[in-house]
Design a protein around this ligand. Sequence first.
Ligand SMILES: Cc1cc2nc3c(=O)[nH]c(=O)nc-3n(C[C@H](O)[C@H](O)[C@H](O)COP(=O)(O)OP(=O)(O)OC[C@H]3O[C@@H](n4cnc5c(N)ncnc54)[C@H](O)[C@@H]3O)c2cc1C
Length: 324
Amino acid sequence: MVLVFAEQREGTLKKVAFEAVLVGTAVARESKQADVAAAVIGSGVSGLAGELARFGVGRVFTVDDQTLGSYTPDGYAGALEQLCRQHRPTHVVLSATAMGKDLGATLAARLEAAILPDCIAVEFESGELVCTRPIYAGKALSRVKAPGADPLVLTVRPRSVAMQAETGSAGEVIRADVRPAELRSRVAEVVKLVTRTVELTEADIIVSGGRGMKGPENYAILEELASVINAAVGASRAAVDAGWRDHQFQVGQTGKVVAPTVYIACGISGAIQHLVGMMNSKCIVAINKDPEANIMKVADYAVVGDLFAVVPLLTEEFRKLKAA
Ligand SMILES: Cc1cc2nc3c(=O)[nH]c(=O)nc-3n(C[C@H](O)[C@H](O)[C@H](O)COP(=O)(O)OP(=O)(O)OC[C@H]3O[C@@H](n4cnc5c(N)ncnc54)[C@H](O)[C@@H]3O)c2cc1C
């Protein structure tokens, strides 16, 4: 059995959960495992199992307990560890999100299992699973395997697999027989930053602003563009360090790694630490007044100009197109 951890937030499955299921299904098929199962962990999450069951998952284990309302390593790893010990999966697949990275490493340590983190592709060669993962801040790709690992834990970078429609098959939903773990830490409160735009790692389009934005108030023009094209708003570290944007919006080596269909970089020079966070975007648009800026070298469309003139024009044109 291949077990997939299906990530949810506040009772909604994240897109990455379905991406992880697709990887899990491929691993199960290639390693001749009988089935792919999924684990949904949280509070009030039993209703989500049906969504996964329709996605080609043979069995969906739900662990629904009020102590699991917020993520804690003890609570989630405790539940997943018990499931693994009961059902002995050959592979456990998680998403390489903040939660998945933490949970995958904790689980692997508890099971004394091998872990291949942050994979962007999974293949089989002579019956052995080989994962591709970026190294040296994305400058090179390494192909790694863990011969004889049982189980093998792997985390999959968000948006590295193409989504597919649900299969229409109907898997079995099982309420897992798992004891709630003793929690050594509890989440006292979650304070949410209210944003009008889409979450960065799930967005199909990202409009990002750097030091060239000149100040926090000017992000209003990016937010306006983003609201017209249904995009998320990101930032470079220079903008975050200046206190213009919250760290959760930072793209790059020490921020989030994103791979949207379109990435629009405004007033960002394209330092390597920024590029590693966005260079897997399908189409890169750079707006910069310096034609020699590094970002222009990786851009599919390089617009040389003042962003304060170009961005409002773009917004206006997209508005017209949408109205047409
Ligand atoms: C260990 C480490 C980790 C790091 N991690 C990250 C990370 O995760 N993410 C990240 O982004 N950086 C990271 N950095 C910082 C990185 O090296 C750069 O300093 C940073 O990305 C620069 O941000 P920027 O492009 O916004 O600013 P700048 O390099 O100052 O570039 C500003 C750009 O705006 C252009 N510009 C100015 N005015 C306008 C205008 N009116 N119209 C159009 N263009 C204009 C300029 O021509 C210039 O190209 C890291 C650095 C280190 C050492």
